[in-house]
Design a protein around this ligand. Structure first.
Ligand code: G
Ligand code: G
Ligand code: MN
Ligand code: NA
Length: 255
């Protein structure tokens, strides 16, 4: 497809970049982490968001190469920030189905981080249900276990949008749940989103799992989430993804 060719060409020419969206404490708006988001620089210099080439992650070869490039970039950026003395905590890295099914993760991630002198405990792997593929697969279970043994954390991304979200809480060791934007969009009185968020926060609290609400676009959403006990969030109300060059100053002033 067009997206696959676009990404394959960009990988070849080194035109895939990691940009970073801050994750904040909803009470103080302090930045507690960032999510790495792939951006494609087209030959004319324009930045293309992942939404426009996301389909490429269905091609296992291109998807593995994309993740490898993102991991290398993230490790290099975080290494630089830490050496500069920036108060850096966590970076979320989005995985594709290919990464747990067939690529050499965790090996390449641990290698990339080690070569930049970055502890893997700074990384949170964001896996969606489709990435996890049910979680009963022995190979996938073993990879997740060895990643966690190495100090990485696991976040369930787009939580609530799959067919078996709750089942995943039984089968995957989870450190963070990311509530999908589709629920955050529907927090009005009596809205289903509100009920889902309330229920999820209750479940997460019982499990001792952190919750991040995604796609927060208004002050009202942020305030409602906070009153419900959701402590962390991300979204355009706070920050869009920014280039790596913008991160040190953001973390120095808001970290
Ligand atoms: O950044 P944006 O809103 O355009 O992202 C659109 C989609 O692409 C989201 O589902 C996001 O999780 C996904 N995405 C962004 N960056 C990456 C990446 O580095 N790897 C993978 N596999 N998915 C990504
Ligand atoms: O699937 P995932 O949760 O990784 O997707 C994250 C994507 O959502 C990113 O590509 C990011 O650009 C986008 N995003 C982040 N915050 C907002 C927001 O407040 N509004 C909208 N529309 N998109 C957002
Ligand atoms: Mn994500
Ligand atoms: Na999401």
């Amino acid at each position: 497809s067009k997206a696959i060719e676009l990404v394959a060409a960009a990988l070849k020419d080194n035109r895939i970049e990691a940009w970073y969206q801050p994750i904040v404490r909803l009470d103080t708006e302090e930045i507690v982490g960032v999510e790495a988001l792939a951006r494609l620089r087209s030959p004319d210099g324009t930045i293309i968001p992942a939404a426009q080439f996301h389909e490429a992650t269905t091609d296992f070869r291109v998807a593995s190469a994309l993740t490898r490039q993102m991991i290398r970039q993230v490790a290099a950026d975080v290494g630089q920030w830490l050496r500069q003395g920036i108060p850096f905590q966590h970076v979320g890295i989005n995985l594709s189905a290919a990464d747990l099914a067939c690529s050499d993760l965790p090996g390449n991630l641990l290698e990339a981080f080690e070569s930049e002198g970055v502890s893997p405990s700074h990384a949170i792997l964001e896996v969606t249900e489709s990435v996890y593929l049910g979680g009963r697969d022995q190979k996938v279970q073993k990879k997740i276990a060895s990643l966690r043994d190495a100090g990485l954390k696991i976040a369930l991304d787009d939580f609530g949008t799959g067919f078996a979200s709750l089942t995943h809480l039984l089968t995957v060791p989870v450190d963070v749940i990311k509530i999908d934007k589709s629920f955050v969009d529907r927090l009005g009185p009596g809205d289903v989103g509100r009920l889902v968020v309330e229920g999820l926060l209750h479940i997460a609290q019982g499990l001792g799992v952190k919750v991040v609400a995604e796609g927060i676009e208004t002050k009202e959403q942020a305030e409602f989430l906070l009153t419900q006990g959701c402590r962390l969030g991300q979204g355009y109300h706070f920050f869009k993804a920014v280039s790596p060059e913008a991160i040190p100053q953001l973390l120095m002033s808001r970290g």
